[in-house]
Ligand binder design. Structure first.
Ligand code: GLA
Length: 415
């Protein structure tokens, strides 16, 4: 869904087009909120005929940057190159963000006379291969956006019925990551549309992360793990707290579908875009990490504040997201406005996140046992935002600010 506040960047013209194109999307979302749509055995069988995606990629949730949340359709070559420079200079690359992904509006309005996609000649005069080369030259990976429909959401040529030639074009350009959207899908079976692209990407022989952006409409976790590395579980994130909480609620119970090579995707990060407080952005980032979500930053890295940098580059929180066991966290306790989310880690420790959705600061506690930790003489705890250690016999507790989190990593210890 579009950010209503951002009408200056996402004009009403686009909005009209988008609504028209995505009637499926909107009716799907209202259904998604109420009751999951059941996927029939026949549909799953259709996906079974496609070879398993075995590209060896995304062993941990992909990390990177995508142009959409910062720039929407206003992208161009110079600006994207400057973002690539910034990713290296400002420590994002060193913190683990490796994919630079250009979203909608990179395309020319028409295919060329060989039926191939071309870059928008005004915005990307040197073409996509040159841009990919530049990004690779920075030691980063390059990603691109398309739609499994006749057009992208912003109205550029889509990949539906052109999967083979487009997959080949992407491979030739040096694309390392494809995000495939759902606009203008003409009601063609989603499993067919996404399976076709999965098969054709694999046939190129180039390892390309495959990111399905189907907005969670048709329970993608039931069919997408086999054919993709990640799949969106929700409509579009917006830069506000309500949106983050709505998305969080849609993740409950999905942890069993995620693991190395295949991840639930609650959409990209809004950290740094100005619509939330620093406390709320810390909570957003912590929650995405406990969910083992792809960490795809979406702010203008050319002008990142120190606060935004501190959040996006918090190594302790990133380590939770990137834990090699690849276990998505789940909700262990729910007291209305107060929730506790836990994520088992490979070394036997656990990430424990106390979330306060309420309007006032709250004192929260959970026992080690309730958090799923094994019995121990005592527990060593690291606060992942203050980076300080302490010990506890049993209770994990803290004052949690309104719309905020306290996040610990807890190790069972015995003398
Ligand atoms: C959809 C997607 C967004 C973004 C836009 C681009 O809304 O869900 O993430 O890619 O299209 O138009």
């Amino acid at each position: 869904m579009v950010n209503m506040k951002n009408t200056h960047v996402f004009s009403f013209k686009w909005m009209g087009l988008f609504i028209l194109a995505s009637s499926f999307f909107f009716c799907g979302m209202s259904q998604a909120k109420n009751k999951p749509i059941r996927v029939s055995n026949k549909m799953v069988a259709a996906a079974d005929s496609v070879p398993n995606l075995q590209n060896g990629l995304a062993k941990t949730p992909p990390m990177g940057w995508n142009s959409w949340n910062a720039f929407h359709t206003h992208i161009d070559e110079q600006q994207i190159k400057a973002v690539a420079d910034a990713m290296v200079k400002d420590g994002m690359k060193a913190a683990g963000y490796k994919y630079l992904i250009i979203d909608d509006a990179w395309l020319g309005m028409h295919r060329n006379n060989k039926g191939r996609l071309i870059a928008n000649p005004k915005r990307f005069p040197h073409g996509i291969k040159a841009l990919a080369d530049y990004v690779h030259g920075k030691g980063l990976k390059f990603g691109i956006y398309e739609s499994a429909g006749t057009k992208t959401c912003a109205g550029y040529p889509g990949s539906l019925h052109h999967e083979k030639v487009d997959a080949e074009t992407f491979a030739k350009w040096g694309v390392d990551y494809l995000k495939l959207d759902n606009c203008y899908n003409q009601g063609v079976s989603y499993i067919k549309r996404y399976s076709d692209m999965s098969r054709d990407l694999q046939a190129t022989g180039r390892p390309i992360v495959f990111s399905i952006c189907e907005w969670g409409v048709k329970d993608p976790y039931q069919w997408a793990p086999k054919i993709s590395n990640l799949w969106r579980t929700t409509g579009d994130i917006q830069d506000n707290w309500q949106s983050v909480m709505t998305i969080l609620d849609q993740q409950v119970g999905l942890y069993k579908y995620a693991g190395p090579g295949h991840w639930n995707d609650p959409d990209m990060l809004e950290v740094g875009n100005g619509g939330m407080t620093t406390t709320e952005y810390k909570a957003h980032f912590s929650l995405w990490s406990i969910l083992a979500a792809p960490l795809i930053a979406g702010t203008d890295l050319r002008h990142m504040s120190d606060q935004t940098k501190e959040i996006l580059e918090n190594k302790d929180v990133i380590a939770v997201d990137q834990d090699p066991a690849g276990i998505e966290g789940h909700k262990a306790l729910d007291n209305g406005n107060q929730e506790v989310w836990v994520k088992p880690m490979q070394d036997g420790s656990e990430a424990v996140l106390l979330l306060n959705r309420g309007p006032k600061r709250a004192f929260m506690t959970i026992t080690a046992e309730q958090a799923g930790l094994k019995k121990a003489t005592y527990y060593k705890m690291k606060n992942l935002w203050s980076h300080k250690y302490k010990r506890t016999d049993d209770l994990i507790r803290g004052y949690v600010p309104s719309h905020g989190v306290v996040m610990y990593r807890v190790w069972p210890e015995s003398n």
